[in-house]
Design a protein around this ligand. Structure first.
Ligand code: NBP
Length: 476
């Protein structure tokens, strides 16, 4: 019997995705560059469903029913191209190649165009949820043609996470739309984690709470508006004790954050689209700053400033609550910016992304799954708001928390605790709501040194002042 779908690339993600498909009743052909992974999967989990192990790509392709559905789950970049190049000559018109790795959306656009020319469908599908999600139900963000989704969608919707009976999988849009949205998801994940880390820092050093106290505080927060996977696992990580030393685990971990690049891609792309994603950018830069130990050593010696925790907190409970509100407000800003970026890309590439549906499919399976995504879904249910921040629910929630937010940012500045996420989010909020921005002065300066011209508030037209002469204004 021919298999309904094939998976090539059986490291942690591919292996679990293949098992998830098999457990849901689909027959799965298996392939990996080195066949040891294929063999161990069948040896350890062969009883979970119908697997068809193969050793060569030729065998793999021959094992699949047509049109073939071939999932590639290998390292992003050159390895993905290597597998596609080897695979394509073996396929027939109408077959579907699905890249479930973390590809850059521009690569996906290139591959999709290339395969389309050869009569094949190429689907770049974002898959979130890590190892466990792949096995038990990830959030899946497939791009590619509508036609390919018609055959693929029902399978993916079945293996995806479900929330209130709704699958966390939807056709995002053509070509690279799925991988774009996955990239922004990861960018928001960076921002979310940075904000959580700042809340931790403020409470740990600003208030002097222990890691165990903080574990309880985060567990408590996880019962309210902030309820989310990341807050839940923050409580877990902070509550963990290092077996070797008996210290809090968080205290024995080197404070240098690593990154695999999706945050950076999100920011690079946002710069090109002209969308301010300050929350994601600050989060990406904060990781970069942490990862320069020599510079930090030199600065620790040389730069004066207040000692952490030197600003007293009079009401501890009120301070904890203020931090919670600041975290929530900053998080809304980070999401608002990420949604703006998806909207801008959708317009730029003609993807017609349903932004409310993105919130729906992020409610389960993925790393940023959170209670408040339901509210985002609602915010996009009717007319698209100019910003998530002006959607009534979020407008009110942020307004309610803004006094606390301002107190916390001021406290952090006085106490020398860096809060790039909280502070930049507040600056964004204030800039967005400003009557007038100092951009007027910037335009004046640009006109002075470069004759870049300006517009006026009181008249149509484009103007230039003769700065080097009599300073008369001329129409440009
Ligand atoms: P890795 O990203 O570690 O890739 C390992 C797989 O790539 C193995 O199957 C390996 O084959 C294969 N491979 C490589 Br490397 N070079 C190859 C080549 N030239 N030709 C053929 N196969 C090649 O695996 P992963 O952690 O399972 O992730 C898979 C994808 O899923 C990645 O794109 C990743 O970014 C994405 N992703 C990962 C997570 C996560 O939590 N880990 C979450 C979401 C998405 P071999 O066995 O023969 O060496």
């Amino acid at each position: 019997d021919l298999a309904q779908i094939g998976v090539s690339g059986l490291a942690v993600m591919g292996r679990n995705l293949a098992r998830n498909l098999a457990r849901n009743g689909f027959s799965v052909a298996l392939h990996n560059r080195t066949s040891a992974r294929t063999k161990s999967l069948v040896a350890e989990h062969g009883d979970e469903g119908t697997f068809v192990p193969t050793e060569t790509l030729e065998e793999f392709v021959a094992a699949l029913e047509r049109p073939r559905r071939v999932v590639i789950m290998v390292k992003a970049g050159a390895p993905t191209d290597a597998v596609i190049d080897e695979l394509v000559p073996l396929l027939d018109e109408g077959d579907i190649v699905i890249d479930c790795g973390n590809a850059h959306y521009a690569d996906t656009r290139r591959r999709e165009a290339d395969l389309r020319e050869r009569g094949l469908h190429f689907v770049g599908a974002g898959v979130s949820g890590g190892e466990e999600g792949a096995l038990l139900g990830p959030s899946i963000m497939p791009g590619g043609s509508k036609e390919s989704y018609a055959t693929l969608g029902p399978m993916f919707e079945k293996i995806a996470a479900h929330v209130d009976g709704t699958p966390c999988c939807v056709h995002v849009g053509p070509d690279g739309a799925g991988h774009f949205v996955k990239m922004v998801h990861n960018g928001i994940e960076y921002a979310d984690m940075q904000l959580i880390a700042e809340a931790y820092d403020l409470l740990r050093d600003g208030l002097g709470a222990s890691a165990a106290d903080l574990s309880r505080i985060f567990a408590e927060w996880n019962t309210g508006d902030l309820a989310s996977f990341l807050i839940e696992i923050t409580a877990e990580v902070l509550g963990h004790t290092d077996a070797a030393t008996g210290q809090a685990f968080v205290d024995v971990v080197l404070d240098q954050a690593e990154q695999k690049g999706t945050g950076r891609w999100t920011v690079q792309t946002a710069l090109d689209l002209g969308v301010p994603v300050t929350g994601i950018a600050e989060a990406t830069f904060a990781r970069a700053l942490s990862a320069h130990p020599e510079q930090r050593d030199a600065a620790r010696e040389a730069l004066p400033g207040p000692a952490r925790g030197s600003v007293p907190v009079s009401d501890r409970d009120a301070f904890v609550d203020d931090v919670r509100k600041a975290l929530y407000a900053s998080k809304v800003v980070a999401y608002a910016q990420g949604y703006d970026q998806m909207a801008a890309a959708s317009a730029e590439y003609g993807w017609d992304i349903d932004l409310g549906a993105m919130a729906t499919i992020w409610r389960g399976g993925c790393i940023i799954r959170a209670r408040f995504l339901d509210r985002i879904k609602d915010a996009y249910a009717e007319e698209r708001p100019a910003s998530l921040l002006v959607a009534p629910y979020f407008r009110d929630a942020v307004a309610e928390g803004q006094e606390a937010w301002r107190r916390i940012v001021a406290h952090a500045a006085k106490a020398g605790i860096p809060t790039p996420g909280f502070s930049s989010a507040l600056a964004y909020y204030d800039a967005l709501r400003a009557d007038r921005l100092p951009a007027a002065l910037i335009q004046g300066l640009r006109d002075f040194f470069g004759a870049h011209t300006y517009k006026r508030v009181d008249r149509e037209g484009t103007f230039h002042t003769l700065w080097g002469g009599d300073r008369a204004e001329v129409e440009a």
